[in-house]
Design a protein around this ligand. Structure first.
Ligand code: PEP
Length: 252
């Protein structure tokens, strides 16, 4: 059965000390809640990962980087390689977030390399896709997301593909307070699962965790997560407060 995943994306927020406190709080709340059927991931800044890994109960909490380099190593000042991320104790890496595509010029070609390096280093990519508002308004979101997938993760082998998770995040819903309606989210995730079935077969499609992201919170999560194709969430703002994040983790 495919995994349910709730992954926080802290973005460029918290100092190391604040991040460790937040991670400890999440870890303690998850322990108290008794939740066992959800993979909980904290997507922290690179600087925090080692400390956060040491601060949480590793049976309950996984840690993710929010990016990794497109090259294995070498003269790339300021970059952090997938091997470095792995050596921190992180298990996941968020790749292709719309903010990285938009502000840092990440292309499908770059993402191909990042996904391959993440997988080669034993990290689980949480691969993000999703359309801008103008594309949704033109009702071209399906074709747009299909192209994103075709150009990046759909050229993996079925074996490699089955190691990653996908997060559909409509850009117009990220950080805006405007959540995709439950129907819009379910429709897109079912569409993505259908594309996976066409490309890799039904078994792989049924095993792939597909998450929704975009202004997901403790209030709207129960309805979103009740949908047959929504296997969890990638959570920005609401992952920065332990109680709010727990409300999403326990939304199933
Ligand atoms: C995100 O950036 O991945 C995200 C989903 O943000 P938010 O939950 O704040 O909309």
């Amino acid at each position: 059965m495919r995994k349910k995943i709730v992954a926080g994306n802290w973005k460029c927020n918290t100092t190391v000390q604040e991040g460790v406190e937040l991670a400890k709080e999440v870890s303690e709340l998850v322990a108290k809640s008794g939740v066992k059927n959800v993979v909980v991931v904290l997507g922290t800044p690179f600087t925090h990962i080692t400390s956060v890994v040491g601060a949480v109960d590793s049976q309950l909490i996984d840690v993710a980087a929010q990016n990794c380099a497109a090259d294995a190593k070498g003269a790339f000042t300021g970059e952090v390689s997938a091997a470095m991320v792995k050596s921190t104790g992180a298990t996941h890496v968020i790749l292709g977030h719309s903010e990285r595509r938009e502000y840092y010029g990440e292309t499908s070609a770059t993402l191909n390399k990042k996904v391959a390096l993440a997988l080669a280093n034993g990290l689980t990519p949480i691969y993000c896709c999703g359309e801008a508002l103008s594309i949704r308004e033109a009702n071209e979101q399906n074709a747009y997301v299909k192209t994103q997938l075709d150009e990046t993760i759909f050229n993996l082998s079925p074996e490699d593909f089955s190691k990653l998770a996908i997060a559909y995040e409509p850009i117009w819903a990220i950080g805006t307070g405007v959540t995709a309606s439950t129907a819009q989210a379910q429709e897109m995730l079912a569409y993505i699962r259908g594309l996976i079935a066409d490309k890799f077969g039904k078994v792989v499609a049924e095993e792939t965790s597909i998450l929704y992201g975009g202004s997901c919170n403790a209030k709207n999560a129960p309805e979103l997560f009740s949908q047959p194709d929504i296997d969890g969430g990638l959570i920005g703002g609401a992952s920065l407060k332990a109680e709010d994040f727990l409300g999403i983790i326990t939304a199933y």
